[in-house]
Write a new protein. Structure first.
Ligand code: ADP
Ligand code: MG
Length: 464
């Protein structure tokens, strides 16, 4: 145990620092550690403050936001007096430890970009076309995905941009494309194609990792060598300028070379605020395919298919009940079914309507009349034919401000959210703005019966 009070001898300090680094490494894992923390260098301890350095501003900001608290905690465990961590930008050469100064004790080996990276190691074997249930809400996206899998890079389908809400099958379709292409190549008998699948976040980690280790050339070359690139959840690149820039160049290089790109996102390109215009334009110039919210019929078919896959008998009445109640997305529907199946398997009992109520009671309660602010915003925007993004935009024109007020009013009426919470969800507005909206809408409903009917209609649709 460290004695209280700042240690004076450099050797003792170095030992503390080694312990702190060891704990950080344990906590964040090897990959994260090597990517972000390997070059973290101790400058010194002065009273309540520990000074550390990293070679770039970007790294400092990243480590401070993502690991700053943890770092402080580990230091405090060694020296309770420590109150602050000061991050300084010290370019690489200057930060090299000199004799007599505490520095990294166990320099990690340089991470290398593998010669033949496996870009699709994270594909889920369950996500294939065989297991994807097609229905009205996803038939177009599914057809496009099939088409791309059969004939990558055909005109009009490049890039393929899949978008839709969470849990509706975007990742499933992307993996299905990757599996199909890996298996069958491009159909004309050529060797299997190289497929790279990664989330936009992973793309960013890898790119920044490469930047830091001076291996951007390897990164670029490896990526530009693939025949199909699938990037999932592109919305995570919002505001990440460097990474967007790199993605844009990779994108262009691949499309120009006749390779296929598939991108997914929770919104269409036009609504991705924080994406550079030129990238947005290119993203939108292939095929846009949206996956709509599930319908009762689709939910029912998915349940049938998943129950059959699990080899469990789920009575039709139970399937109907689940399809009726669990409407948010496929992921939740699957979760509920899995719970039933697990129970049936564990206890060897049949699934019945009664057991469903027992098992899923808490889920029901959560669903009973539970309308989300997202749904309200979406319905109201649709109804008044304004953009969803206007719900949180600063625009004050009457034609968007009024619907926004209606949505705030309904959020207050139909959810248990507080005024400040509602305000946050509407572009970070103040709770007094929400309060004003609520009373204004109530007032207008008194005065204008057509308006009142409109709002009532929306309320009924939302309560479903
Ligand atoms: P997203 O990426 O759009 O958030 P996912 O692709 O991860 O959603 O889907 C969530 C879960 O629902 C996955 O387990 C997926 O297999 C399943 N799923 C979604 N849509 C379908 C579908 N049409 N048929 C079968 N399973 C589906
Ligand atoms: Mg996904």
């Amino acid at each position: 145990m460290a004695k209280p009070g700042p240690p004076s001898a450099p050797a003792q300090l170095a030992e503390l620092w080694a312990r702190v680094r060891g704990r950080l490494r344990n906590e964040v894992g090897e990959v994260e550690y090597r990517t972000w923390l390997r070059q973290l260098t101790l400058i010194g301890v002065d009273g309540e403050e520990v000074a550390v350095s990293l070679p770039t501003r970007f790294l400092c900001d990243w480590v401070r936001t993502h690991h700053g608290d943890m770092l402080l905690g580990f230091w405090q465990a060694e020296i309770p007096e420590i109150r602050r961590i000061e991050f300084r930008v010290v370019p690489e050469k200057a930060a090299e430890p000199s004799p007599g100064r505490a520095g990294p004790l166990t320099p990690a080996p340089e991470p290398r970009v593998e010669n033949r990276p496996d870009w699709s190691a994270s594909l889920d074997p369950r996500f294939t076309f065989d297991t994807f249930v097609v229905g009205k809400p996803n038939e177009f996206a599914h057809a496009c995905a099939r088409r791309v899998a059969e004939k990558p890079a055909s005109a009009g389908f490049n890039p393929l941009f899949l978008y839709g809400g969470v849990g509706l099958g975007k990742t499933h379709l992307m993996h299905a494309i990757a599996w199909a292409i890996r298996e069958h190549g491009n159909g004309d008998g050529r060797k299997p194609m190289t497929v790279a699948y990664m989330s936009a976040e992973k793309f960013m980690y890898r790119f920044i990792g490469a930047l830091r280790t001076g291996q951007t050339m390897e990164f670029k070359e490896a990526l530009r060598g693939v025949e199909v690139l699938l990037v999932d959840d592109l919305q995570f690149l919002i505001g990440k300028d460097n990474t967007q820039e790199e993605f844009f160049h990779t994108f262009n290089a691949l499309v120009d070379a006749g390779r296929q790109i598939v991108v997914s996102s929770d919104k269409p390109p036009a609504e991705l605020a924080g994406i550079e215009d030129r990238l947005r334009t290119r993203l939108g110039c292939g095929m846009l395919a949206d996956i709509h919210a599930t319908t009762y019929e689709l939910r029912l078919s998915i349940l049938e298919s998943k129950a059959a896959q699990a080899g469990v008998v789920v009575p039709p009445k139970v399937q109907e009940l689940l399809a009726h109640k669990i409407t948010a997305n496929v992921r939740e529907l699957e979760g509920a079914l899995n719970k039933l199946v697990a129970h049936a398997n564990l206890f060897g009992r049949a699934i019945t309507l009664e057991s469903v109520h027992d098992l899923l009671g808490d889920i029901w309660r959560q669903y009973d009349r539970k309308v989300t602010i997202d749904e309200i915003q979406k319905k109201v925007a649709e109804h008044y034919k304004i953009r969803l993004s206007d719900m949180s935009s600063p625009r004050r024109a009457r034609n968007v401000a009024r619907p926004r007020q209606v949505a705030m009013y309904l959020s207050k009426q139909l959810t248990t959210r507080s005024l400040p919470e509602i305000g946050r969800r509407f572009g970070g507005r103040d709770h007094t703005t929400v309060m004003h909206a609520v009373s204004r809408v109530a007032e207008l409903m008194q005065q204008d019966s057509a308006f009142a009917e409109d709002v009532e209609l929306l309320r009924r649709m939302l309560e479903g």
